[in-house]
Design a protein around this ligand. Structure first.
Ligand code: BES
Ligand code: ZN
Length: 633
């Protein structure tokens, strides 16, 4: 039980109050407002997919068998989530493979959410389960899939497909209960044109030796642990594999394999470091799939196989904290999962905390402190732009696309909350608590309040008074960074700040900048905190000395382009255009378009670049940039 009768009563009173006061309904923790599924009546327990990839028609075609448990004997209707799916039939598969058609109907579309699929179910006692088969195909604009033409890949010869199901895009390629509070095991058969390889967030099963009559080769997969739908993932392409350790390795297009294997040499030791800190890795293998540059996110923690942007391949391993991050999700997120998108900080805040601990253990305290400081700076920038309710860790996302709720708040403020707990209890005690937490809630989905209850009982009660209820409240339900937060020490960048000040005031010449030994993080800090305007000559000197526009480091180039755009430094624009037309990572492209749209000349450039770049972007990045780059008058 999560609430005492008294608390529940208070909740009802608050609810009445809010309904009367504003007409809006009180948010109920644990309710997923981003799913149509009637999870109290039916629960999908397992998913069995059989999909053929048709690159010409840009569709997946096939069926899914859902093993559905009935929780409520009176329920007559199963409601699933869908978005832009063409459904041709729904049937009940009985023992002996006999099938009975079921009546189904798609409901009206709701913004961001897609359409409910209502299926009439035969009566039956609670506790029984049945297999529902849905024959369907995806539409070319499926929001959770990106299909790339050969020209958009590194090898230029073969097409490519990858999914991105988080937050609510699994429903655009599988009809299911698309809510993280429902966990399923899954099996899949993926049929792909010859010459291509399929991978999934699952263990590999047998591959057919010969193509079928359509020329398709069947790959089989199985995930035996119960996972939320947003972790179901598939990719198909001309893929090569290189082992990096006994249980780790990397998949990429062949031409990227060498660079990727070099960049991610530390993968195996990252896994063992994380195990030492937070308990056993419970997913068997841990591999990476390096995606084409259009990948909308830096990384996606698909279990057993994280999907990774190639923009982290900097050549010097300086951006591998992103790998530590996705790996850490194997504990925080994949093992213990946010029950709803309101609780997203349980996934991301914990993961950033774990990520920084891995970075500290493997790359030292200084590197960790720099990443901490950069994280805090980006949190502060976000807080300055966001409305106060969007500062809460437990965030009300009703009526919003959860993809748009991805700010630094769940990440860096969430991490600061754990850091604060660490400061009051000590690192050893927190580590023990975290190991217990991952054990206790392993393979479960929980909401913010369940975590807080567990925290009170299993940590706070050990040292009464060490953390007050008001402090917890401030972290989780109030805006801003609490005044009593423990912040990273800013002086890791003191010498960079001195150099920047001396350089921009003219007392240090460009050739005297001590930049030859600067790390990626030092460059980021140097560039991200430049004065609002700089004279053209200074920008020329910087560019001449360090060729920043040509930087092979996507983060450094990004920080430089922001400076360049602010100053309308046109010599950087050809490189900026190349950057924006090759990279599709939302976090790297959205701010650049934002900056460009702030001036008339910039807007013009943004429109002309975006016209070329848009077809190569993932639907998620298209949605984000569509909202920024509006046609001119
Ligand atoms: N799980 C997220 C990506 C995500 C979040 C996808 C919300 C869809 C909705 C992933 O773990 C992540 O946080 N990626 C970051 C990198 C990380 C180092 C902060 C990214 O993509 O930039
Ligand atoms: Zn994450």
């Amino acid at each position: 039980m999560r609430a005492s009768p008294l608390v529940a009563l208070a909740g009802v009173a608050a609810l009445l109050h809010v309904v009367v006061a504003s007409g809006a309904e009180q948010l109920r923790p644990g309710v997923d407002y981003h799913s149509f599924a009637n999870v109290a009546q039916f629960r999908v327990r397992s998913v069995d997919l059989d999909l053929a990839v048709d690159f010409d028609a840009r569709r997946l075609t096939g069926h899914v068998d859902l093993n559905v448990a009935r929780l409520d004997k009176n329920a007559r209707r199963l409601v699933l989530d869908t978005r832009a799916l063409d459904i041709s039939s729904v049937s009940l598969i009985e023992k002996g493979a006999r099938s009975t058609p079921l009546t189904f109907k798609l409901g009206p579309a709701r913004e961001f959410l897609g359409k409910p699929l209502n299926i009439d179910m035969p009566a039956g006692p609670a506790g029984t389960s049945s297999v529902v088969r849905i024959e369907y195909r995806t539409q070319p604009q499926a929001s959770g899939l990106q299909l790339l033409t050969p020209a958009q890949t590194a090898g230029k010869k073969h097409p490519y497909l990858f999914s991105q199901s988080q937050a609510i895009h699994a429903r655009s390629w599988i009809p299911l209960q698309d809510t993280p509070q429902v966990r399923v095991t899954y099996r899949a058969t993926i049929r792909v044109p010859s010459g291509l390889i399929a991978v999934m967030s699952a263990a590999h099963g047998p591959v057919d030796a010969k193509p079928d009559e359509r020329g398709l080769t069947a790959y089989r997969f199985e995930m035996t642990e119960a996972i939320p739908s947003y972790l179901i993932a598939v990719a198909v392409g001309d893929l090569a594999f290189r082992p990096l350790g006994p249980r780790t390795g990397v998949y990429t297009e062949p031409s990227v394999l060498e660079a990727a294997a070099k960049e991610f040499v530390d993968l195996e030791s990252m896994v063992s470091t994380c195990e030492k800190l937070f308990g056993p890795y419970r997913w068997g293998r841990y591999d990476l799939l390096i995606l084409p540059p259009s990948a909308p996110y830096g990384g996606m923690e698909n279990p057993r196989l994280s999907f990774i942007t190639p923009t982290v391949i900097a050549g010097d391993r300086s951006l591998v904290s992103l790998i530590a991050h996705e790996l850490a999700h194997s504990w925080s997120g994949n093992l213990v999962t946010n029950a709803t998108w309101r609780d997203f900080w349980l996934n991301e805040g914990f993961t950033v905390y774990l990520e920084r601990r891995i970075v500290e253990a493997l790359y030292g305290q200084r590197r960790e402190q720099m990443e901490d400081e950069l994280g805090l700076q980006s949190l502060r920038r976000d807080l300055a732009d966001l409305e106060p309710p969007a500062h809460h860790l437990a965030i009300d996302l009703r009526g919003q696309d959860p993809d748009e709720g991805v700010t630094q708040v769940p990440y860096e403020k969430g991490k600061l909350f754990l850091q604060f707990i660490e400061s009051r209890f000590g690192r050893e005690t927190l580590d023990t608590f975290l190991r217990g937490y991952f054990d206790h809630f392993a393979f479960q989905s929980i909401d913010t309040e369940q975590f807080l209850d567990y925290l009170r009982t299993n940590l706070l009660a050990k040292k009464p008074g060490a953390i007050s209820e008001q402090e917890i409240h401030a972290w989780v339900y109030e805006p801003g960074i609490p005044g009593f937060a423990v912040l990273p020490s800013a002086d890791v960048f003191a010498s960079i700040d001195r150099a920047r000040t001396a350089w921009s005031s003219g007392s240090m010449s460009t050739e005297h900048l001590p930049a030859s030994g600067w790390s990626t993080q030092e460059w980021q800090h140097f560039l991200d905190n430049m004065p609002a305007t700089l004279p053209r000559t200074k920008l020329d000197e910087l560019e001449k000395a360090f060729s920043l526009s040509q930087s092979g480091n996507a983060e450094i180039a990004f920080s430089w382009f922001r400076v360049a755009i602010r100053n309308d430094y046109t010599p950087a624009y050809p490189a900026l255009e190349r950057y924006l037309t090759t990279i599709g990572r939302r976090k790297l492209v959205r701010p650049l378009y934002d900056d460009l749209m702030k001036s008339a000349r910039g807007s013009e450039l943004a429109r002309s670049i975006y016209a070329k770049a848009r077809p190569g972007y993932h639907p998620i990045t298209q949605t984000a940039v569509d909202a920024i780059v509006k046609p001119g008058k």
